[in-house]
Write a protein that binds this ligand. Structure first.
Ligand code: IMP
Ligand code: MG
Length: 171
């Protein structure tokens, strides 16, 4: 396991993103939509770096099996309970890889007719992008390496690592 982004590096970036989101959403109706499962650690830290009233909802789309490549089709298994119509929705993703998951999740949220809809992702792997998804707030752009930790998993494991690391999938 090699450390790609240390806990300190992540914390500094999350604080900056929180400040940016605070500036943009003060006086609005912010609903942060956390994508499960991978987005839960990032979302938990991010909302505490945002200093304006907000609500949190959860959206779960499953595309991965136990491998490291996306199937491309996302099955929605949990949708926000709350009415998102007229609210300023911010989708929070762990990583935008091919972009297919985020693209489909944004479609689901758009059907709720929010007043605005933006995306915040901790990580972006432009090398593997298939579908273009606008990322309004981005933590880090990374190389095409399979990463785990800080919410991201491989076969369900490693989500509890406090940093983002690269795992050797050959091993
Ligand atoms: P996409 O649809 O290809 O953009 O894949 C997005 C989802 O795949 C993310 O929400 C992650 O759950 C998972 N994923 C993509 N790349 C990685 C990675 O490097 N590590 C762990 N999960 C990943
Ligand atoms: Mg995942």
């Amino acid at each position: 396991m090699r450390v790609m982004l240390s806990a300190e590096t992540i914390a500094a970036r999350v604080a900056a993103l929180g400040a940016e989101i605070t500036r943009d959403y003060t006086g609005r109706n912010l609903v942060v939509v956390c994508t499960l499962k991978g987005g839960f650690v990032f979302t938990a830290d991010l909302i505490r770096a945002i200093d304006t009233p907000l609500m949190v909802e959860f959206l779960r789309g499953e595309s991965y099996g136990e491998g490291t490549t996306s199937s491309g089709v996302v099955r929605i298994t949990q949708e926000p309970d709350m009415l998102l119509a007229g609210r300023d929705v911010l989708l929070v993703e762990d990583i935008i890889d091919t972009g297919q998951s985020a693209f489909q999740l944004l479609e689901v949220l758009r059907a709720h007719k929010p007043a605005s809809l933006k995306t915040c992702a901790l990580l972006h792997k432009p090398a593997r992008q298939v579908v273009t998804v606008p990322i309004n707030y981005l933590g880090f752009t990374i190389k095409d390496e399979f990463v785990v930790g800080y919410g991201l998993d491989h076969a369900g494991l490693w989500r509890n690592l406090p940093y983002v690391g690269v795992v050797d999938t050959e091993g």
